[in-house]
Structure formats: structure tokens, C-alpha cells
Design a protein around this ligand. Structure first.
Ligand SMILES: Cc1cc2nc3c(=O)[nH]c(=O)nc-3n(C[C@H](O)[C@H](O)[C@H](O)COP(=O)(O)O)c2cc1C
Ligand SMILES: C=C(O[C@@H]1CC(C(=O)O)=C[C@@H](OP(=O)(O)O)[C@H]1O)C(=O)O
Length: 354
């Protein structure tokens, strides 16, 4: 099974299944001499971990990371950084009912078809539990990117939208509530809504917005490896993601050039930023901002029709501990993937200077 590595120069490979012994990864290409704050790495994992509030999956995992190589006396050595997170709270019996039948809109059927066999416990490799490894790698990338600030937050849950641009929000408030929405009143409305949806045995989608400040100009490799294309791939590789837009995004399609053009100031900065900090695939020094759309979780606690391995129509109802809405826990994952893209592009920029 290929496809488990991300990045070219700052490269991470992840391993592990939701109900296996452990998850983990190897980061290759992280430069030597970076001071690593292990508590900050753990803090990022705590933001993502299951069981953290009443509006996420109730699986209780400590998600304690163990760094096993590549760091000596608190600094990266330039050798591969290996890390492990043990699984401690699997409840595999919840999944025996999907051994021979498929959850609609999860990855069960396609994994069986592609590989002829699958670890059905907890969704195996297709589970978003894998994203714990991304968060570790992203936390190390963030430390390499000192001076660049990456902040994601929840901007929609279902049809509840926070209709304010990021520069009118105080993003310091994002971590003050379990939804991770920086507007306290909207966060409360969203939280109540997620609770109501959970009671109904249903799930709901949402949007994570992200802003990156302090990115130097010149990151991104046209023509195929444009910075926004790399960000798009990174975000679309996260479980349950259905959409990515940067800058003006789909709204830009409704505008005129005379409204949309980012006019220059004399110092080369721009008066507006519909470009989202990237022009021609290269960062221009303005804020990079983008949005990521997540679908409603597939495993619902309501009866739905599906098929079994023999192609018979059957009824099934989800079991186990699932997220009613993924966006509160997706915030640190989005930040981690953005950090990995920037770290990789930073190293590429260094390597193509004569
Ligand atoms: C943070 C996070 C938590 C998730 N939790 C669940 C969950 O509890 N149950 C579930 O069925 N899907 C959950 N998902 C989504 C599935 O992992 C995903 O839908 C599945 O792998 C199929 O892939 P696809 O939706 O990208 O096509 C979660 C996704 C994320 C990002
Ligand atoms: C365990 C995590 O989330 C899991 C993501 C997930 C899925 O299908 O993506 C399904 C559930 O898995 P399980 O029933 O095995 O607990 C979630 O709890 C995690 O993110 O660490």
C-alpha cells in the first residue's frame, strides 16, 4: 500500500491502524539543531485527541507521544525522527458487525475491493486516528518554522456560519471553548447544535478556516508544485474533507477584475488580499488564508440500508464511539498539514538558491 508519505525534503511517513498496537511515524529531512519543545508537541496532540469533550468521540486515549530517535540533548540531530503513540482504548467488538457489511460513505467497501482484505476494527488504516501522527510531525514542523504563525479555527457547523473575516476575529479565543470557534456566542450555539444532532443519532459537517502570518515571499514551485496546489493536496488528504478554497475562492468567481485585483502599495505590499497570499503559485508575503470543508461523519446511530459482501441489501446501524462533528478536532490537523507544506517548501526554497 503506497501513499503513506508526505513531502519531498521535509518528509513524513506514518504507520498504524485505529485498533492496532500503536501509531507512529518517521520524519526524514528535518534540519539539525532545532530545539524541540516536547511539551508543545504533546499539547498539539491533546488538542486533537479523542475523548476531550462531550461533543467528540468518547474513546479515551492518552495519546502520549514517545520520540524514539533523531533528538539529542533537546535538539534535532538531522537524522530520522521516529515517534510512537500507543493505542490503549480500542473496543474492537463494536466493529464485528461491519466485518462482512459496509458502512455507507466510509472506506469499508473500497478498501475490501482494492486490497481484497481489510482490518475492519475501528476502520483500520482509514480511521482518522492516523492523523495523530500528522499532528506530531506538524508540531515539529511548526518549531522549525519559528516566526510563522499558523492559526486554524471552526468557522461553520452545518448551516451555522461565522460570517466574519479572520482579521475581525480574536483568534486567541479559539481554544477557549470545545468547538474551537473564536466567537464565544457562536461557539455556544454550535455546541448546542452538535449536542442536539448527537442525541438524534446523527452527524453534521462543518468548515475549518486557517490563516498563516509571517510567510516570506518566494515559497512554492511553479508549475505543478504551486504553493496553493500543495496546500490543497495536504488538506484534501485529511479524512472527510470535501472542499478546499484559498483567498477569494469560489466567491471570486462572482467578482469583476476591477473589484478583485489586489492593488500594490509603493512598498510592494497589496491593499487587498483576494489572492490569499499566493500569486502564480508563489507566496507574496501577505497572509495566506484558506478554508477546508468537512462532510458529516459517515457512522451514524440510525438505521440505514447498505449491502453485505454477498451483494445483499441489509439494514445496519452504527455502533461504537464516533464524532458527531469532526471540525473541533480537525483544527490542529489542518494546522499540522499546513506546517508540513510550509516546512517542505522552505527547504526547497533554500535548496534552489545558488
Ligand atoms: C478528526 C476526525 C474524526 C473523525 N471521526 C470519525 C468517526 O468517529 N466516525 C466516522 O465514521 N468517521 C470519522 N471521521 C471520518 C472518516 O475517517 C472518513 O470519513 C473515512 O476515512 C472515509 O474517508 P472520506 O470521508 O475522506 O472519503 C473523522 C475524520 C476526522 C478528520
Ligand atoms: C480514535 C479516534 O477517532 C476515531 C476516528 C474514527 C474514524 O472512522 O475516522 C472512528 C472512531 O474510531 P473508534 O471507534 O475506533 O474509536 C473514532 O473514535 C482518534 O481520532 O484518535
Amino acid at each position: 500500500m503506497a501513499g503513506n508519505s508526505f513531502g519531498n525534503l521535509f518528509k513524513v511517513s506514518t504507520f498504524g491502524e485505529s485498533h492496532g498496537e500503536a501509531l507512529g511515524g518517521v520524519i526524514d529531512g528535518c534540519p539539525a539543531g532545532i530545539e524541540i519543545d516536547l511539551e508543545a508537541v504533546q499539547q498539539e496532540l491533546n488538542r486533537r485527541k479523542p475523548g476531550q469533550s462531550s461533543i467528540v468521540t468518547q474513546r479515551k486515549e492518552p495519546d502520549q507521544v514517545r520520540l524514539v530517535s533523531g533528538i539529542f540533548e533537546g535538539k534535532t540531530t538531522g537524522t530520522p525522527i521516529g515517534f510512537i503513540i500507543e493505542n490503549t482504548n480500542q473496543r474492537s467488538k463494536d466493529y464485528s458487525h461491519i466485518k462482512d457489511q459496509y458502512r455507507p460513505s466510509h472506506a469499508d467497501k473500497v478498501y475490501d475491493e482494492k486490497y481484497g482484505f481489510r482490518d475492519y476494527r475501528g476502520g483500520g488504516r482509514s480511521s482518522a486516528r492516523e492523523t495523530a501522527s500528522r499532528v506530531v510531525a506538524g508540531a515539529i514542523a511548526k518549531q522549525f518554522l519559528a516566526g510563522i504563525e499558523i492559526k486554524a479555527y471552526v468557522s461553520s457547523v452545518g448551516t451555522l456560519h461565522l460570517n466574519k473575516p479572520y482579521n475581525e476575529l480574536d483568534l486567541q479565543n479559539t481554544e477557549n471553548n470545545p468547538v474551537r470557534c473564536p466567537d464565544a456566542a457562536m461557539a455556544e450555539t454550535m455546541e448546542d447544535y452538535i449536542k442536539k444532532i448527537r442525541k438524534e443519532g446523527d452527524t453534521v459537517g462543518g468548515v475549518v478556516s486557517c490563516v498563516i502570518k509571517g510567510v516570506p515571499s518566494g515559497l512554492g514551485e511553479p508549475v505543478f508544485d504551486k504553493l496553493h496546489a500543495e496546500l490543497g493536496k495536504a488538506m484534501l488528504s485529511i479524512n472527510a474533507v470535501k472542499g478546499f478554497e484559498y483567498g477569494s475562492g469560489f466567491a471570486g468567481a462572482e467578482m469583476k477584475g476591477s473589484e478583485h485585483n489586489d492593488l500594490f502599495n509603493a512598498d510592494g505590499t497589496t491593499r487587498s488580499n483576494f489572492s490569499g497570499g499566493i500569486q502564480g503559485g508563489i507566496s507574496n508575503g501577505e497572509d495566506i488564508y484558506f478554508r477546508v470543508a468537512f462532510k458529516p461523519v459517515a457512522t451514524i446511530m440510525q438505521k440505514q440500508s447498505t449491502i453485505n459482501k454477498d451483494g445483499e441489501q441489509v439494514e445496519m446501524q452504527g455502533k461504537g464511539r464516533h464524532d458527531p462533528c469532526v471540525v473541533p478536532r480537525a483544527v490542529p490537523i489542518v494546522e499540522a498539514m499546513a506546517a508540513l507544506v510550509l516546512a517542505d517548501n522552505m527547504l526547497t526554497k533554500r535548496s534552489n538558491k545558488i
